[in-house]
Design a protein around this ligand. Structure first.
Ligand code: 13P
Length: 253
């Protein structure tokens, strides 16, 4: 019923040649091995987006995402990349609100609401990241923290616009640390997120929204995470940089 998705966020890794090799390997493996009902998304760094897409025989099973976009349409923003540019390269998705950008580039919920708007205006689907720090989890405030991130950045959208959103729950304490959320912790938060979406947009939209888990997801734990009722796939960092690991995660459904 819901789209299953496994997305690879390459972050700031790889050279052009390495990015091309990784893409070709994934495309070749996907042809033979990937389950037909899983949408694979690759999010290479901006400079490689165009080149690597040409290595995928037919965009479909594999689609591409940018890792960020600027909140303005165009203008004097040296070094920035617009949603329109990303769309013009052929990408279908953009990741917004990753915790690394929230922390390192001081992205607020309000700024992210503007980025979501410009992305949707340019017909990009949004993979919207949310997730709490260890402090917040230890204070048992994770549910209100995460649902507030969604309310402040997404809940101004009308129903049609919201249907273009994919949620990625990435607890900050699990990203790149080797500490995965337990499947129960992931399921509990995903159910909470779905309930929060249902409260705003109704059960039908909530039940058709894909909610991905991210944070030290790897071949050894993907199957258990993906078997949870409200976990519809993963947003993978480190393990998406190796074609075999990434494909094994895709095959974990
Ligand atoms: O941040 C992530 C994906 O966006 C997760 O990263 P890791 O899989 O390396 O923990």
């Amino acid at each position: 019923m819901r789209q299953k998705i496994v997305a690879g966020n390459w972050k700031m890794n790889k050279t052009l040649v390495e990015a091309q090799s990784l893409t070709s390997e994934i495309a070749n493996m996907a042809e033979d091995e990937a389950p037909g009902d899983v949408q694979i998304i690759l999010a290479p760094p901006y400079p490689f987006l165009y080149a690597v897409q040409n290595l995928v025989p037919e965009l479909g099973t594999i689609q591409f995402a940018a890792q960020n976009c600027h909140q303005e349409e165009s203008g004097a923003y040296t070094g920035e990349v617009s949603a329109q540019m990303i769309k013009s390269l052929g990408a279908a998705y953009v990741i917004l609100g990753h915790s690394e950008r929230r922390e390192q580039a001081a992205e607020t919920n309000e700024l992210l609401a503007a980025k979501v708007n410009i992305a949707l205006d340019n017909n990009l689907k949004v993979i919207f990241c949310c997730g709490e720090s260890l402090d917040i989890r230890e204070a048992d405030k994770q549910n209100e923290f995460v649902t507030n991130q969604l309310t402040e950045s997404l809940f101004h959208l009308d129903e049609e616009a919201f249907k273009q959103i994919i949620i990625a729950y990435e607890p900050i304490w699990a990203i790149g640390t080797g500490k995965t959320a337990s499947s129960d912790q992931a399921q509990d938060m995903h159910a909470e997120i779905r309930k929060h979406i249902a409260g705003k947009y109704g059960e039908t939209i909530a039940n058709s929204t894909s909610i991905l888990y991210g944070g030290s997801c790897k071949p050894s734990n993907a199957e258990e995470l993906f078997s949870q009722k409200d976990v519809d796939g993963g947003l993978i960092g480190g393990a998406s940089l190796k074609s075999r690991d990434f494909m094994d995660i895709i095959k974990s459904f």
